[in-house]
Design a protein around this ligand. Structure first.
Ligand code: PMP
Length: 381
């Protein structure tokens, strides 16, 4: 399988899939064809090439919708999770109080602040999961939104989305789920989850950058966010009317090539099976957590059932130094605050080292990381 990914050069141990996934050749080929042989605009052309491109773009929407158990008209293409959350935060007609959690990525904090929501914060359990018992106590009828990560990008903590949805709905709030880290590693069926909005980025699902998805079966309740071409019904200087969702939220020429590339990524993932990918990553996480737990110098963060992501610290060594020394051994991990500064503050550290897995990782990658950490220990005495 590694040979499907031209970015995985021999001897390189890529353990930063939570930041962005490497791309299989099938995705690269799909984008090259969409940008070359098949290229034209969508939705406007009267000529055959444009009509074909429109069919391909809409087929991509259907393909991605089916992958997450959604109806195609409930899937809006956006630039990524960041844009999806900004869209809801700005466009929502009932801006009030939003309950977030300590572990959220900045892209699920800052948009709410900028759009003028009053932000409340749900604490975490001792092992780093969103504490839904605490959420139950914090929620009031003044809350109109709850916005939680399905899987933490730092700790890998999975969320019981169905329970979170139930808690939100009991007080009349809606639930937005940031699914960035869940969609590449857990089966996601939005209908079964019971949330109101689900956001994710294509590039973490082995697809291109510049495209992502906002799913909601309530998109028609949201007014338009950005104005421009395509999102309208009729424009006059006196009064403009808008297209129904999802077109209403896709102002301007969309990311045609990227959407088609993302559909190819979904094909790739489905051919392997998301359950198989999940089981594979669980095995790698267990192996890594066990090996790290044997090292006295290491502090492990996050729950045992972390999905594909392991954060840790080494006594007396800054995570950036860990990352730099590992890089010399061909091991690529992430070191930093991972765009989750409130979580770092809660953990009492400026940064963590983070290894994250994808479909292409194997035991060699885990062994290379453990060997590399032994070298870090030797260098720092
Ligand atoms: N939420 C989570 C949990 C993430 O991991 C990320 C990416 N690190 C984002 C949101 C933001 O995604 P993007 O930068 O692709 O919009």
């Amino acid at each position: 399988m590694r040979s499907d990914f031209p970015g995985l050069t021999p001897g390189w141990h890529y353990l930063d899939t939570a930041a962005t996934a490497q791309k299989p050749q099938a995705v690269i080929d799909a984008t090259v064809n969409a940008m070359g042989r098949d290229y034209a605009t969508v939705h406007r052309g009267v000529y055959a090439r444009s009509a074909d491109m429109t069919l391909a773009y809409e087929a991509a929407r259907r393909r991605i919708a089916a992958f997450i158990g959604a109806r195609e008209n409930d899937v809006t293409f956006v630039r990524g999770a960041t844009e999806a959350i900004n869209l809801v935060a700005y466009s929502h007609p009932r801006k009030g109080r939003v309950l977030l959690s300590v572990l959220e990525h900045h892209s699920n904090i800052v948009p709410w602040q900028l759009a003028g929501w009053q932000v409340d914060v749900c604490p975490l359990t001792a092992d780093g999961c969103i504490d839904l018992d605490a959420a139950e106590k914090l929620l009031t009828p003044e809350h109109t939104m709850v916005a939680f990560a399905h899987v933490s990008n730092v700790l890998g903590s999975p969320l019981d989305v169905a329970r979170a949805a139930d808690l939100a709905h009991r007080v009349g709030a809606e639930l937005l789920i940031d699914g960035c880290q869940a969609v590449p590693r857990l089966p996601v069926d939005v209908a079964a989850l019971g949330c109101d909005y689900y956001a994710f980025s294509g590039h973490k699902l082995y697809g291109p950058t510049g495209v992502g998805v906002l799913w909601s079966d309530k998109l028609d309740m949201l007014p338009p966010w950005q104005g421009g071409g395509s999102m309208i019904d009729r424009v006059t200087f006196e009064r403009t009317t808008y297209a129904p969702a999802p077109t209403r939220f896709e102002a301007g020429t969309p990311a045609i090539v990227e959407a088609i590339g993302l559909a190819a990524a979904v094909d790739y993932v489905e051919a392997i099976g998301i359950d198989a990918i999940h089981a594979h990553e669980v095995a790698l996480v267990n192996r890594l957590r066990e090996a790290l737990a044997r090292k006295n110098s290491i502090t492990l963060y996050g729950p045992e059932n972390s999905a594909g992501i392991v954060s840790f610290a080494m006594a007396g060594v800054h995570p950036h130094d860990i990352g730099t020394i590992l890089d010399e051994s061909g091991v690529a991990i992430r070191a930093g605050h991972h765009c989750a500064q409130p979580l770092m503050e809660q953990l009492g550290v400026p940064a963590t080292a983070r290894a994250s897995f994808g479909v292409y990782n194997n035991d060699d990658d885990v062994a290379a990381l453990i060997d590399g950490l032994a070298r870090v220990e030797r260098i720092f005495g």
